[in-house]
Design a protein around this ligand. Sequence first.
Ligand code: SAM
Length: 234
Amino acid sequence: MKFSDRLDMICENLSFDLDTDQVEKLKKYKELLLAWNEKMNLTAIVDEQAIIVKHFIDSMLPASLFTEGKVIDVGTGAGFPIVPLKILKPELDVWGLDALNKRITFLEEVREELGIELNLIHGRAEEYAKKDVSRETFEFATSRAVAPLNILAEYNLPFLKVGGNFVAYKGSNYKEEISDGESALKVLGGEIEDVFQYKLPVTEEQRFAIIIKKVFKTPAKYPRKPGIPKKRPL
Ligand code: SAM
């Protein structure tokens, strides 16, 4: 089946429509993902339908939560959710950060081939969030499949302006992650605002995007040194 027909079929009852240019970009992205996956580890998901559902649509269904401004994807890996979000909402000013340089190199190629504006940073959240150019400068921060919420909060909240939102993509154990993350949020200036629930097409799996509002400035000592948030979560 042609990629565009498969995508059309899967997206039939979803909350967004894709034009031909967006479909073409997703097709190119899928091709690059599979080609580069032969030489480096980008994803365990290689079936076309699964890539569409579990990577592309999972990334895009919470798009309405990102209204406008600067968005940083912390631990973007092969570009999820930031690349599908940019394809769907080109008006967003998007940034992808990852500690692994080979993933950033892949994303440079994606940016070039798809012709999208995407700011890429090779580095660790613990270090980049300390820099004046990035600290408290984003309207949105997001992460998918990077770490539990108590660790993620320390990676993400320092990037946000007060009033900005951290959107954490999560699976069904989100409630436990919220209760384990409460003390970290209190220290770092985050407050749970809402949980956006959505269902993937085809597999019918439930997904949850936890929305955390930044309510006060993160104390300057956070994030702690690389590796410490993971070793000793707040
Ligand atoms: N977000 C992508 C997704 O949903 O497919 C990638 C998930 S991958 C399992 C986790 C990524 O987070 C890896 O590429 C890893 O290098 C990156 N990562 C983990 N800890 C990080 C940190 N402290 N700073 C920056 N990147 C980090």
